[in-house]
Write a protein that binds this ligand. Structure first.
Ligand code: NDP
Ligand code: HSE
Length: 430
């Protein structure tokens, strides 16, 4: 179909919205020559029209009334970048019912209501693209649905939250406190409006749900994901992990095995030689295990204005391509099979235990006897005295062990009278 002009309505003009307006302005000539049509940004929804903006825009384009965009028959494509769930859901649903193609970076929404909205898109013959919702600038969603379509994906390990990776990097290498590192991530525009979802692991869990859905064609529920954030990770945990040759990262793991699926997000020790261990700051990376291709890794900036805008505007080019061919709504990817979440008694892992014990004869053998009696074998042990405290710092890495068995042993260990305090993290093998 001959297409002279594509008209866009932008919902949200914050970090990512600014990046989109900047890219559409700076790259206008190239984008129009590539698509062969004029790309017009008609209206932009904001909360406050008087707020200073970081990029030049004709103020008459700003509106606080969503109907100016959602009900404008001239607008072909809606780009949703307001964030949150309820309002964004209503905007997208209304846009689709009004036969508008939609692009969003909203993982909160897509992880919970993605299937419903994708069905609505298909019904209305509209595209619904969300590449920017996972790992910012890394083109991982289309890699899973298109480039790796021939392979059977078995497992993915990802650093998929830029804010927490930035915080852990700054705590590890620059000696920043958790609070200072978080404030810096917020100032740089990586964090969510409410950063609790970043630091509690929920943002990463939502992204693992979206990735799992596309990689295995399984409708994974957020409730089935085991989630632990980074708020309890201390500089000391990071330092003692380093002494044993590991780096602590907030890692998402998704694995299908024997007809079950296991999806987790938790602070995890990675051997320093693991490719994910060297992913620093706001960068993200996703390690994909395909049964025929083997291991591949996708790496790049996972958050921030420019990288995320590239994913959004690339989605726009795809939508324009589909509009020209009259095929919008035809490549909506919906899950095809159900799968049960794996029970904890089937999960096996190595674990890193950090504890303080009383520095007295027999303390250490009480520990090792306990693990021996519980059938848990130890791979690494490290002990050093805590000066002036009549106590010792002990770090242990177990061999591969059943999670339930390990947790039972850990609970018994915590109650030993020689143990002052203890915590543990999962260890990913190299
Ligand atoms: P911001 O908080 O920076 O921007 C939100 C924008 O939406 C603001 O322009 C705000 O208006 C507008 N807005 C919010 N609520 C309303 C409302 N009720 N009515 C009208 N306008 C409203 O968010 P980000 O740009 O950081 O994030 C946008 C989306 O992209 C989110 O879903 C986020 O999860 C996702 N994302 C963000 C990334 C990042 O690095 N920041 C990376 C990948 C995805 P006003 O400016 O007037 O306040
Ligand atoms: N807050 C998110 C992060 C933005 O830090 O990864 C990118 O989705």
């Amino acid at each position: 179909m001959a297409l002279a002009k594509v008209c866009i309505g932008l919902l949200g003009f914050g970090t990512v919205g600014t990046g989109v307006v900047r890219l559409l302005t700076v790259e206008r000539e190239r984008l129009e020559s590539r698509t062969g049509c004029t790309i017009q940004l008609k209206k932009v929804l904001v909360r406050n029209k008087n707020r200073p903006r970081k990029v030049l825009i004709d103020n008459r384009k700003l509106t606080t009334n969503s109907s100016d965009i959602l009900d404008d028959p001239e607008i072909d494509v809606i780009i949703e970048l307001v964030g949150g769930i309820d309002q964004a859901y209503r905007y997208i649903l209304r846009a689709l019912k009004n036969k508008k193609n939609v692009i969003t970076a909203n993982k909160d929404l897509m992880a919970s209501y993605g299937d419903e909205l994708l069905l609505e898109a298909r019904k209305n013959k509209c595209d619904l693209c969300y590449e920017a919702s996972v790992a910012g600038g890394i083109p991982i969603l289309r890699t899973l649905t298109d480039s790796l379509a021939a392979d059977r994906i078995q497992k993915m390990i990802g650093i998929v939250n830029g804010t927490t990776n930035y915080i852990l990097s700054k705590m590890s290498h620059d000696g920043l406190s958790y609070e200072k590192a978080l404030a810096s991530a917020q100032a740089l525009g990586f964090a969510e409006a409410d950063p609790t979802s970043d630091v509690d692991g929920l943002d990463a869990a939502r992204k693992m749900v979206i990735l799992s859905h596309l990689a295995y064609s399984i409708p994974v529920k957020l409730d089935d994901v085991r989630i632990t954030g980074i708020t309890d990770v201390t500089k000391e945990d990071i330092a003692y992990a380093q002494k044993l040759g590991y780096t602590i990262k907030l890692v998402g793991i998704s694995e299908v095995n024997n007809g079950t699926i296991d999806v987790r997000v938790e602070p995890t020790l990675l051997p320093n030689a693991h490719p994910l261990a060297s992913v620093e700051n706001e960068n993200n990376a996703i390690y994909v295990y395909g049964s025929t291709l083997g291991e591949t890794m996708y790496y790049g900036p996972g958050a921030g204005e420019g990288p995320t805008a590239v994913s959004v505007v690339s989605d726009l080019l795809l939508v324009i391509h589909d509009m020209k061919l009259g095929i919008t709504g035809t490549h909506i990817f919906l899950p095809k099979r159900e799968m049960h979440a794996r029970k904890d008694n089937l999960v096996e892992s190595q674990f890193f235990v950090r504890l303080h014990i009383m520095d007295q004869p027999g303390s250490f053998s009480r520990l090792t006897d306990l693990f021996k009696n519980q059938g848990i074998s130890l791979e690494k042990l490290y002990q050093e005295p805590m000066v002036g405290q009549n106590a010792a710092e002990v770090s242990i890495v177990t061999h591969l062990t059943n999670k339930i068995q390990f947790e039972k042993s850990f609970d018994i260990m915590k109650k030993l009278d020689v143990v002052l305090n203890a915590k543990y993290f999962r260890v990913e093998r190299g």
